[in-house]
Ligand binder design. Sequence first.
Ligand code: IVH
Length: 674
Amino acid sequence: MMAVAKSVRQRVARLRDEINYHNYRYYVLDDPEITDAEYDRLLRELQELEEKYPELVTTDSPTQRVGATPLKEFAEVHHEVPMLSLENAFSDEEVFDFDRRARERLNVAEIEYAVEPKLDGLAISLLYKEGVLSRAATRGDGTTGEDVTQNVRTIDAIPLRLLGKGYPGILEVRGEVIMTKAGFEKLNQLQRQHGAKLFANPRNAAAGSLRQLDPRITATRPLSFFSYGNGLVEQGELPSRHHQIMQKMKSWGIPVNPESSVVKGVEGCLAYYRKMQQKRDSLPYDIDGIVYKVDRLDQQEKLGFVARAPRWALAHKFPAQEEMTKLLAIDVQVGRTGALTPVARLQPVHVGGVVVSNATLHNQDEIDRLDVRVGDTVIVRRAGDVIPQIVSVVLSRRKGNPPRYKLPDTCPVCGSPTARLSGEVVTYCTGGLYCPAQRKQAIKHFASRRAMDIEGLGDKLVEQLVDEKLVNDVADLYDLTVEQVQQLERMGPKSAHNLIAALEKSKSTTLARFLYALGIHDVGETTAQTLASHFGSLEKIMHADEETLMAVPDIGPVVAESIIRFFRQKHNRKVIRKLQQAGIHWPTEKAKPSGKLPLQGKTFVLTGTLSKMTRDEAKAALQALGAKVTGSVSKKTDYVVAGENPGSKADKAEALGVTILDEKDFQALLDEHA
Ligand code: IVH
């Protein structure tokens, strides 16, 4: 076999250095220098060279992260330096006590503390021999863990080889494997798509991902890593302060939490705690507290350990964001848009620093997914300002077999039937015009400019009218009197008069506007316009069945279903009748049952006098069929309609070869499309 050319070896070495450097920029400095695409190109070039020259492959090459053979089980790993846990503090007092005890033992006035977020992931030990990652292990019971090297190698943030120089020949890096909140959401979305089990939180997802026997699965999981210390060190030395050790680690390519800091005394610790508490929800990963560590190693040594925790470190926990409680009942709220939202009534419980007694359950799908039933013990989560959520049910605490929960068939506010449109997750009340819960919203929409265009009837006024019980549904608007209106706040006689006049004016409208104003789900302006021109009359739309509606261009099964449901409601029909009785009217339109109007795209010019209609009527008739009517003849004119005594326009048409229609031809054209 021919030896691999020196130039190829050099290129391979150079590519590895470059890739490792860019990993460092990305994961350690959080400051990438090149684009993802460029990074991928480097990696691909290296892959291709290694495929061509397999003898150049090394285990620490950045291409060798995913091993192909699943394990039968994890091997045991003995931790030469035990992996300890931390003492917890839940109040400022406990932090003061901790600091006081430490100062007394050390006989100093003030201690410098290294402070860092307490990451909510799982502890890992990474053993680097001569700078090469040789073994990774979980914490286990602190003395014996599991060998998860294959899986840890797939985590891009963890270098397979250390950068730079000066690291000890044997260096055990310790830290936390985490999953970002975004990565967790994405993973759960995928799990849902595949009908797989959802993870309760990022920590569980990270733990589950790291305990896969098949590293190819771990490789697909968005895991990351931050170091917070070291274990075994041989053949070399580390600096004498914790924060300096972390800086060194960073320089060797190990990610260290960028929020880490050094503070003076207990006051510094508490100030940092408050700052991070504010920042907690905006961080891309979950943290559950702050860890304070005596920074000087000589002081750490003096302080030593108690049982399984060091005397030189303390975990100051944030209020828990998840707690267990009992689901007492499920209530249903009807929103302004008619959407039914199930709300969990909970046994009050402290979560995230406040008392929580309600949580949203979103919709029927969510209830089904959680399989949550009244009486269940549930885990409630409240993070930051978000509405409390139910994360899961503690099935082992379920008593008996309580019935599954279904949203009601009738609206709890108005009694109209509820409906869930196909393809949607939301269940709606169908009493759109009648339901008190939707009243204000329905009236505001009805009055809006593109609907009935009732000038002066703004949101504030609608609220007052409803609150004062002057208006219950949109039809009541037309019963309002000047006297009633002028009694309202900020309403003079003049504005009251104006409003009544505007209401009067709005009675003369178009079918399309009226349809849109009704606020039928999924019927926007365009659909309303299409329906109006297709059917020509409200009666026809109200009585159309699904098939008839689906024959209209752009109307699919969902919209058809919405329309049918709306008009099937007795209450809605009643309001419409009241509106018509109040005098709302529109010009009757001839139905043109097709999407495209027959004369769309055609340009007409009218000249001379027609005997059966005025020029304006002729123009309106043409426009109704989609034609454009202009004032002068050009090459673009399609037809000139010439009545009695046509003017020069007819001559020009003749000269340009434009078709001239006399009144009889014109009438025939209109009849044809009537
Ligand atoms: S130091 C001897 N620092 O918390 C001290 N631990 O309750 C060893 N943890 O098992 C731990 N963030 O998994 C330390 N910044 C941090 C940490 C941290 C999270 C975890 C770690 C450990 C557990 C102890």
